[in-house]
Design a protein around this ligand. Structure first.
Ligand code: MN
Ligand code: MN
Length: 295
């Protein structure tokens, strides 16, 4: 990896680690999740980065892809497990990271953090994906819990959040070999027993796929913002409303853009039986001793 690229990854990771520390100091029951998401998005920019995607805040069985809606009234309750997934990029080089807060004692959070550490320890050049997955899954088993079977870690590329390889949190026989300089995110999701997510409402997050001819001025504006400003990275309705578009027109335009496959959507993912889920995630660069940029 070129030196200036490495520096950009390191800076993106440092910004993420600093914000995590700040958030864990201030978060408490009674807070509105929209205030936390907007704090994080504002701090990313103040510290010299750009949000790589809208901050995801998933409470309990809401596992991924929930970003606060416009004027979101959701607040944290004492027993809630609150997953915060934040992405920072510098010039397209992304640090993807997540952590879970609960104001009450929660053994699953410790278990997911241990599983993530076990996965990181297994990473080295030439390691096969199934070995990393085994390290994660066996640690979760030792804790007596399960994982979300259909969510995985992943590779990262410039301006691409989910790239090859897929890194399952369950046993598998993937012979894909990591190599020096690969950038990957490990992200176990732990649940009381093995579980699955399914697509649900609302749909707030989208990303640009391809240009298409559109007539609605709002649709044209969204295509411009999503391709030029966000460079194909995910964005949300809340961000578009902040830029002066009306929520009604934004929702209408996005439905049309999705139908023509100019954009794709990321519906909220919920655990299908309503079980609470916790998450931990770091981004690392594969080396003899992996460099965890988000720590
Ligand atoms: Mn993430
Ligand atoms: Mn990720």
């Amino acid at each position: 990896m070129e030196k200036d690229v490495l520096e950009k990854y390191k800076k993106a990771g440092e910004i993420g680690a600093k914000i995590k520390e700040e958030v864990l100091k201030m978060i408490k029951p009674g807070m509105k999740i929209i205030d936390i998401a907007e704090y994080i998005e504002k701090r990313i920019i103040e510290l010299g980065g750009q949000p790589a995607f809208p901050v995801n805040i998933g409470i309990n069985d809401i596992t991924a892809h929930y970003t606060p809606v416009v004027d979101d009234q959701t607040f944290i309750k004492p027993e809630d497990v609150v997953k915060i997934d934040q992405g920072i990029h510098i010039d397209g080089y992304i640090a993807d990271m997540a952590y879970t807060f609960c104001s009450e004692r929660n053994e699953m959070i410790k278990a997911v953090e241990r599983a993530l550490e076990a996965g990181i320890k297994a990473v080295r050049p030439y390691v096969k994906i199934h070995e990393v997955s085994e390290a994660i899954y066996s640690e979760v088993e030792r804790s007596g819990f399960g994982v979300i079977v259909n969510l995985t870690g992943h590779g990262l590329e410039r301006y691409v959040i989910h790239d090859q390889p897929t890194i399952p949190n369950t046993r598998n026989d993937s012979q894909y070999e990591l190599k020096e300089g690969d950038v990957i995110a490990l992200e176990p999701f732990v649940c009381e027993a093995n579980g699955y997510v399914k697509e649900s409402e609302p749909v707030e997050i989208y990303s640009f796929v391809q240009p298409k001819p559109v007539r609605l001025p709002e649709a044209r504006k969204i295509l411009e913002i999503s391709s030029k400003d966000h460079m194909g990275l995910p964005f949300c309705k809340r961000w578009l409303v902040k830029r002066g578009l009306s929520i009604f027109k934004v929702s209408f335009a996005l439905r049309q853009l999705e139908m023509t496959e100019a954009v794709r959507s990321y519906p909220v993912l919920r655990e299908r039986e309503g079980k609470p889920v916790v998450q931990a995630e770091h981004t690392l660069i594969v080396m003899d001793k992996p460099l965890v940029i988000t720590k």
